[in-house]
Design a protein around this ligand. Sequence first.
Ligand SMILES: C[S@@+](CC[C@H](N)C(=O)[O-])C[C@H]1O[C@@H](n2cnc3c(N)ncnc32)[C@H](O)[C@@H]1O
Length: 366
Amino acid sequence: MGFAALCTNLRPGPFVKLRAPFYETPRMSSDLLQALRAALDARKPLLAELHTQGTDCYRLFHGSQEGAPGLTVDRYGPQLMVQSFHQVLERDSLLALASAVEAFLGEKLLLVYNDRSQGNSRIDRSDPVYQADAAALEDLTGHEWGLNYRVRGRHPGQDPLLFLDLRNARGWVKDNSAGKSVLNLFAYTCGIGLCAAAGGASEVWNLDFAEGNLAVGRENGALNPQLAPMQFIQSDYFPAIRQLAGLPIARRHGQKLPSYPRLQQRQFDLVFLDPPAWAKSAFGTVDLLRDYQSLLKPALLATADGGVLVCNNNLAKVDIEDWREQVLRCASKLGRPVRDCLQLPPAGDFPSSDGRPPLKTLVLQL
Ligand SMILES: C[S@@+](CC[C@H](N)C(=O)[O-])C[C@H]1O[C@@H](n2cnc3c(N)ncnc32)[C@H](O)[C@@H]1O
């Protein structure tokens, strides 16, 4: 049953007399409540494990796979982040959902609801339930693998500041970075870099073209003062990786290129490549469906012999088998054959009924 159908009986009819305060008597479709309860129950062992690991950021309800497509419920430390992607969640359903989660966790959380089904992707209504309490919108701190992360319910970007499905990959990096030089490409808020630093990397570079994202990465660094400082490189991917790989930077259609930071050719022991599905800049196009090779080739060349390249593809319509084959072929054609290839699936808070989660992570031992 779709989210739309689940919500049809959510609106209170004219005969429903509302008591004040309204949030004490939230109503939610029994189907949605049942789906939520099943999702919470299924997570009990995982949540116990995560809490022991020092993690309080996780997905509690993954609607597309758990009975309400277009609805996600995430915990980010003290915050409960509800997001809808197809249609607005009515206030009573929202409040009932939050109460059910709090009862399950035995904790009060600060509710933030971001509706991303509308044009500007951010709800702004007079109703305080939709606006969220001031305390919920303050700068908060969440935890993962024992590290501190900045949590901000609303900010100029669209996504929460930490992608939860990448937790296992971050854990892998933390466990495999000791003494290594690490290059974090498309770094966003630098969670991978932070894990590398926590794992004892000798050096960590975070590269992204968005200064706002790197600024959060710097905050994340400051929230973990025990870690060695990281480097932050604000640059477009293409000129940066091509310089590191010792490749020329071609003009596109004969046009003059914008300026870019100059980097010396060099290799890293561990390179993490996690591009967005699609992005265009003056230097090139990131296109995970049609052209993964343009991203992969220079990243392979910037990885040391005997080093590791971790590459990701989060496009649901790309099959793991096809993509793995493409990646392995590209590496051998480049004379950098893969000696060992390991797949890291997301954890159980991102269930996938067919075993094919959109986020695919390959660890390539070169
Ligand atoms: C999906 S996020 C990557 C997630 C990240 N790896 C993490 O650990 O959470 C995509 C990032 O790529 C950056 N980006 C997109 N196109 C880029 C380009 N051409 N050069 C550099 N960064 C780019 C965006 O600013 C954004 O921070």
